[in-house]
Design a protein around this ligand. Structure first.
Ligand code: GLY
Length: 426
């Protein structure tokens, strides 16, 4: 199978790793990719958000499958263009990608499908914003309506902070902001592979969205993750498919916007039951790094089946008994103004540890061949172990071997799991 994978983050490096190691993959091109994907595939520098460029490359390489990593190409209609060219594509249409591209649209679909979620108000004026903040109260949950690379959500006890974020959202893009009821309880992410009708869940994971330990500091794209979730109810996956993913896939099909691709269900396990926090329409980052580390069955076969409407006949995904933890190393300044150019060292030393691999995100190579930081999240260090505690200990041993001046990383990823609790409750 010839596969074109779009994207350049650690999520795409994880996807590339799982695609490349499968004997069904005969050629793998990553566009634009990163230094990590260059070691296991062919990187080609096109703009993944320009449909014509993607179609031209997929046609030229006679791709059997295009896999879209990030959300921006999906919202830009890349999957539509690829499918129109007769090439199977793992990724939803621009219309279906609105489940991530517009929080207000996602709320409307959930209401129509009877999916449990936080009560919310869509505000278009400052007066509506103020009224919604008063109605829902503290902690305030204020979400940018459009795409914001995981940084559009503010959860705060301080009304002025919530108001300032809401005002900023109103002044941008579509001029809409969503204010929600706060959901208590731990969060979980469940990725569901969909072919427009059938839903196949992957293993559940949990990510850590705040920059600092103890869920302090600003929201980020994600600072670490682990899978599976030893604390979660045994039937969590079945419940999410039954109450969330399948009704949403059915509702999208009813609207003529069949969902083909990855439906990321961001969930809160609240004291009042399961609630959807958000949908994304692509693999999550950094959860994918932990989830795919545990996948032992064929990823190309699964994604191709989804892209061709054959998921019902495809084998169920198979998982390693081992647990996986990944820790994100970020450049100084992230998630604000990032200092790039710092030398990145120690990857080989980290990978000398058993069951450890390092995934690239914001890295590049200088003319002299030195690896340097080029973006906010620089690396994901992934470790496996018999338990979450084992995997965590190994991940942090590996993190210590990585050099990057001013590097930021959390030291408490998956820590509470060993103590019998669940982290990331926000
Ligand atoms: N882990 C959060 C995201 O992928 O958006």
């Amino acid at each position: 199978m010839k596969i074109l994978l779009l994207g350049s983050g650690a999520r795409e490096h994880a996807l590339a790793r799982a695609l490349a190691r499968d004997p069904q993959t005969t050629e793998l091109v990553v566009a634009p990719g990163n230094p990590g994907t260059a070691a296991i595939a062919t990187n080609l520098n096109i703009d993944p958000c320009v449909p014509d460029e993607v179609v031209a490359l997929a046609t030229q390489m006679r791709a059997d499958l295009v896999v879209v990593g990030p959300e921006a190409p999906l919202v830009a209609g890349v999957a539509d263009a690829v499918r129109d060219a007769g090439i199977p594509c793992f990724g939803p249409s621009a219309e279906a990608a609105r489940l991530e591209g517009s929080k207000a649209f996602a709320k409307e679909v959930m209401a129509a499908a009877g999916v449990p979620t936080a009560e919310a108000a869509v505000c278009t004026t400052e007066a509506e914003l103020n009224a919604a903040l008063d109605r829902f109260g503290s902690p305030y949950v204020v979400k940018e309506d459009g795409l914001a690379a995981g940084k559009g959500v503010v959860v705060t006890d301080e009304r002025p902070v919530a108001l300032a974020h809401g005002r900023a959202c109103l002044s941008r893009g579509g001029g809409r902001v969503v204010v929600e009821d706060y959901l208590d309880g731990p969060e979980a992410s469940l990725f569901c592979v969909c072919d427009g009708a059938t839903v196949r869940p992957l293993a559940p994971a949990q990510d850590f969205k705040r920059l600092l330990n103890d869920d302090a500091g600003p929201n980020t794209g994600g600072m670490g993750a682990y899978s599976p979730l030893p604390w979660a109810p045994a039937d969590l996956t079945e419940q999410v498919v039954r109450e969330v993913a399948q009704p949403v896939v059915d509702e999208m099909a009813r609207r003529g916007a069949g969902f083909i691709g990855l439906l990321y269900c961001g969930l809160a396990l609240t004291s009042r039951g399961l609630r959807v926090v958000e949908f994304n329409v692509r693999f999550g980052d950094p959860e994918t790094q932990a989830v795919l580390a545990r996948l032992t069955s064929s990823l190309p076969e699964l994604l191709h089946a989804a892209a061709t409407g054959a998921l019902a006949e495809a084998p169920e995904p198979v998982w390693s008994e081992q647990c996986a933890v990944d820790v994100v190393i970020a450049a100084p300044g992230y998630p604000g103004t990032v200092t790039t150019g710092g030398a990145v060292t120690g990857i080989e030393a980290a990978e000398e540890l058993d069951d450890v691999h390092v995934l690239h995100a914001g890295t590049g190579t200088t003319e002299r061949g030195e690896l340097v930081a080029t973006g906010g999240r620089v690396l994901s260090v992934v470790a496996m172990g018999a338990t979450v505690e084992d995997a965590r200990a190994r991940a942090y041993e590996a993190v210590k071997r990585i050099g990057l001046e001013g590097a930021q990383y959390r030291t408490d990823i998956a820590q509470a799991v060993g103590a019998g609790g669940a982290d990331g409750t926000e």
